[in-house]
Design a protein around this ligand. Structure first.
Ligand code: CP
Length: 292
């Protein structure tokens, strides 16, 4: 075990289950300080609240020394490249880098040139491995298993790294994975289902934010219209199975993809997902640093 964690497809299901088991142990109160004192640099070239700061909480809980890079006050402002910025932290002798960048597969230019292990905190519309791991942990806690469950991912599928990563890994774990939302944001081969059918049929409804910052063209639907057509609300939530839950990677745009009153309702696991993010990231750091 150990090294880079860039895409979940690089890990076997047994390795992923071991990470989820370790995350559950952290959730249940396990303490782990064998990595204390190691230096981790969080290099986020894109905005983040949950991923950046839950990594930071995870790192503090493991006793690591944390350096959080601020692009706005760095030499990126003097036209230093992404590559040279990462190489700089590598040359400092950091023990671990956590990187988020808007470029899909940004890591391809780093893997043979940077010796410090890298955890991917999200690449463009590509992958968000730690988000998927915390989603899997949340589902496993809820249902006790993954195999055979059905999930519908609703919204801006085309621009969502969460949708892409979850579609792939959830299928590998034997889940039925569907997508739904505005036709212009659906993707070929991603098992489209009409929104109402998704609500009726699935164990998990995962709403997504419209990723306006990644759109080439302005979205041609008002936010009110989107909410009426694809948003979860007090009426259509009654179509869901009694045992079904609502998830969302957040940030949430309340009253767009989900009504304000549902965000913290009994069906919602949105803040549970955030809580699990800390435990999953502790487990992933232990994995990347090869902790025994
Ligand atoms: N879910 C997620 O990645 O949130 P942030 O963009 O705030 O990190």
């Amino acid at each position: 075990m150990g090294g880079n964690l860039l895409r979940l497809r690089d890990l076997s299901l047994a390795e992923i289950e071991a990470i989820l088991d370790q995350a559950q142990d952290f959730c249940d109160g396990e303490k782990y300080q064998k990595l204390a004192g190691k230096i981790v640099c969080n290099l986020f070239f894109e905005p983040s609240t949950r991923t950046l700061y839950s990594f930071q909480v995870a790192q503090e809980r493991l006793g690591l020394k944390v350096i959080s890079f601020n692009p706005g006050s760095s030499s990126l402002q003097k036209d230093e490249s992404f590559y040279d910025t990462v190489k700089t932290f590598d040359s400092f002798g950091a023990d671990l880098l956590v990187i988020r960048h808007s470029q899909n597969e940004y890591y391809n230019e780093l893997v043979d040139k940077v010796s410090t292990p890298i955890i991917n905190g999200g690449d463009g519309t590509g992958q968000h491995p730690t988000q998927s791991l915390l989603d899997l942990l949340t589902i496993r806690q809820e249902f006790g298993h993954l195999d055979g469950l059905s999930v519908a991912i609703i919204g801006d599928i085309a621009h969502s790294r969460v949708a892409h990563t979850n579609f792939e890994i959830m299928k590998r774990f034997g889940m039925q994975v569907y997508t739904s939302g505005p036709p212009e944001y659906m993707e070929e081969g991603m098992n489209f289902i009409p929104f109402e059918q998704a609500l009726i049929r699935c164990d998990i409804i995962m709403a997504l934010r419209i990723q306006h910052e990644r759109h080439q063209m302005k979205f041609n639907m008002s936010l009110e219209e989107y909410h009426q057509t694809y948003g979860l609300n007090a009426q259509n939530v009654d179509l869901m199975r009694k045992s079904a839950i609502i998830m969302h990677p957040a940030p949430v745009n309340r009253n767009v993809e989900i009504a304000d009153e549902l965000v913290e309702s009994s069906r919602s696991r949105i803040f549970k997902q955030m809580q699990n993010g800390v435990f999953v990231r502790m487990a992933v750091i232990r994995y990347a640093l090869g902790g025994d």
